[in-house]
Design a binder for this molecule. Structure first.
Ligand code: HEM
Length: 474
């Protein structure tokens, strides 16, 4: 890994807003009008702002309440790291529901690109449910286009359109039959109980490393029949792929390619291995699956393996981490869930997923000139569905900024807003989250987060890297 330039940010202790900082040699501070400038008062150029991309936003010193929709720049990473980010999204939802942005947050150095940010739930549903107008296979589903070097192994079904997507998804669904998922359920409970057993030996932990990360990782490995000795390697590869943009995990495209290729190779070998000696696991079910006489090639299985490990890991981890933070901030709801696990389990899990919105966005590309929320969209435009904004849409959720484990209805879009790509692992993720809290709450009833969560620097995953908690085992 190359060494990233040192990043320093000094924040106002009360508001959390940036005051001054530097990235390598480039220093900046916030002027009296709230805009960012050089320490000598000269304005920062657009190029400098792009270089600083993930560390500064052009209106760093002004609170969200004073920023107009037209000034909000989602093309720089720092906007995504603001403590009042959700207020900014609310401003966009109200005043500029489909807004134009330039740049790629957290991909400093990548050629900037123009894209539309969609913030209202109805518009996002429209995009998600009209794949003929908003495609996944034209450059991929993240803001930057998928480059050929990574398309081979990051190019699984999530970046495809019909008819290929339909066919491969049907094949892959063979691994997610009720029988396969039911088999996993016992394993999920046993794994969750073992995690809590270990915690109960002490009185404090890191929520992410000790609670949220292990369960989804172990479940994916159980699914695919991956030995425990390889779990740490899976963990590191998936951290790099979804941590792209956070200098703690990855600083160059080469790091990303190495991790993606490592995972892909592992999946490829697994496919060959299961073809030679079948087992009773999902990897074998995927190797054997057949639709219209066609099977997944080892290469397709390899890239699906990358998608599965990446999609199933960090997302569920993020939901559990945010869930625990929210329950810790609302001890009355934590206690209510513990008192009635049967009655509240399903709605509490759904609210955690809405609240956390682990995947912040997916992109589509317009296949024809069209209109969205009153905005003209041209063929070839990138249209980005901001799930976090939709999940706080006051037109759909009563008091959307309230965490409420009894919320009903709760028609959130954290697993996608409908259409052909709806999350294949949604039921498994729900199961993992619910079972984990069912095991945890009775045994660590007063678990409380004791420090600020350290957030992943990303506009794609709403990740938490570390978060301390303490408890008294019951
Ligand atoms: C809380 C946890 C999770 C969240 C928030 C989440 C979210 C999402 C989202 C937003 C999509 C795209 C939906 C769309 O474009 O319409 C997706 C797709 C997908 N997810 Fe999940 N996911 C989670 C857990 C999982 C798990 C546990 C697995 C597998 C074990 C998984 C496997 C997949 C796959 C394979 C796709 C691609 C489906 C396709 O393109 O047809 N996800 N997920």
């Amino acid at each position: 890994m190359t060494t990233p330039p040192a990043l320093h940010i000094e924040r106002d202790p009360e508001t959390g807003l940036a005051l001054r900082g530097s990235l390598g040699d480039l220093a900046w501070e916030v002027a009296a009008d709230g805009t960012a400038c050089h320490p000598d008062g000269r304005p920062l150029t657009r190029e400098e702002l792009v270089i600083l991309g993930d560390s500064i936003d052009p209106v760093a010193g002004r609170p969200a309440s004073e920023i107009a929709a037209g000034e909000i720049d989602l093309g720089v990473g720092a906007t995504w790291m603001r403590p009042d980010r959700e207020e900014l999204l609310a401003t966009l939802r109200r005043d500029l529901p489909v807004s134009r942005h330039h740049g790629i947050p957290f991909l400093t150095g990548a050629p900037p690109t123009d894209w539309w940010a969609v913030t209202r739930l109805d518009d996002i549903r429209h995009v998600s449910r009209h794949p003929e107008l908003f495609a996944s296979g034209r450059g991929g589903t993240n803001i930057p286009d998928l480059i050929p070097a990574v398309a081979e192994f990051l190019g699984s079904i999530i970046n495809m359109d019909e008819p290929r997507h339909t066919k491969l998804r049907r094949l892959i669904s063979a691994g997610f039959t009720p029988r396969q998922v039911a088999r996993l359920e016992d394993a999920v409970r046993a794994r969750a109980a073992a995690i809590v057993d270990r915690l109960a030996e002490g009185t404090s932990c890191d929520v992410v490393a000790d609670i949220a990360a292990p369960l989804p990782l172990q479940v994916i490995c159980d699914m695919m029949g991956i030995p425990e000795t390889d779990e740490q390697q899976m963990f590191e590869w998936s951290n790099v792929i979804l941590g792209f943009g956070d200098p703690e995990y990855v600083t160059s495209m080469n790091d990303l390619i190495a991790a993606g290729y490592g995972l892909y190779q592992y999946g490829l070998e697994l496919a060959h291995e299961r073809a030679r000696s079948p087992r009773d696991d999902i990897a074998t079910a995927l190797v054997d699956a057949e639709v219209d006489g066609e099977r997944l090639t080892p290469e397709e299985l390899g890239s699906f393996f990358v998608l599965l490990v990446v999609a199933g890991n960090e997302t569920t981890r993020t939901a559990i981490s945010h869930g625990l933070l929210a329950l810790s901030n609302h001890p009355d709801q934590r206690d209510a869930w513990r008192a009635d696990p049967e009655g509240l389990g399903a709605s509490a899990t759904e609210e955690i997923v809405r609240w956390a919105t682990p995947v912040l966005h997916f992109r589509r590309t317009a296949t024809a000139d069209t209109e969205l929320g009153g905005q003209a969209i041209a063929e070839g435009d990138k249209v980005v569905m901001l799930y976090l904004a939709a999940n706080r849409d006051e037109a759909h959720f009563d008091d959307p900024d309230r965490f409420d484990i009894t919320r009903s209805p709760n028609d959130h879009v954290a697993f996608g807003a409908g259409g052909p790509h709806f999350c294949l692992g949604a039921n498994l993720a729900r199961r993992e989250i619910r079972v984990l809290f069912e095991e945890l709450l009775p045994r660590l009833p007063d678990i409380t987060v004791t420090g600020d969560p350290e957030r992943l620097r990303s506009a794609f995953v709403n990740g938490i890297k570390r978060m301390p908690a303490s408890y008294t085992p019951a």
